[in-house]
Write a protein that binds this ligand. Structure first.
Ligand SMILES: [Ca+2]
Ligand SMILES: [Ca+2]
Ligand SMILES: [Ca+2]
Length: 136
């Protein structure tokens, strides 16, 4: 168990959490829609996150979607996501996001990692994800 200060340093550091943005959302869509439709599933996931239908996902929309995904993925409803619950997320990316190394992602750890994804994906730094940024 790491100290909270170490947790903060790691979270704010330059370390890149190597989960492609919306990868989890895509993975869930793939789980629901079956294999062989990645592009369609990705576009559907993007459209689902784009609540106001303006063709872009802003931070508020992204945050809402993250929360939904967290509780959807938390199948045993214990308030934390294990690697088993996160279909399609690789072990290294999971470990990088698991700041306190307890083998599960809290909502805070999950949203922190996903927010880093947002920032990494927002190529032009305008606070909006457009399909050409998110669907690569
Ligand atoms: Ca939008
Ligand atoms: Ca759980
Ligand atoms: Ca954890």
């Amino acid at each position: 168990m790491r100290a909270r200060s170490d947790f903060r340093q790691r979270g704010l550091g330059a370390r890149v959490v190597a989960i492609p943005v919306l990868a989890l959302l895509f993975a869930l869509m793939l789980t629901l829609s079956g294999p062989g439709a990645f592009a369609d599933a990705a576009a559907e996931a993007f459209a689902a996150a784009d609540r106001n239908g303006d063709g872009m996902v802003d931070r508020g929309e992204f945050h809402e979607r993250m929360i939904e995904v967290f509780f959807f993925a938390d199948r045993d409803r214990n308030g934390a996501l294990t690697l088993e619950e996160l279909t399609g997320v690789d072990a290294d990316a999971f470990s990088a996001a698991d700041s306190d190394s307890n083998g599960a992602l809290s909502l805070h750890e999950f949203t922190r990692a996903r927010t880093a994804d947002f920032d990494n994906t927002d190529a032009n730094r305008d606070g909006l994800l457009k399909p050409d940024e998110a669907l690569r």
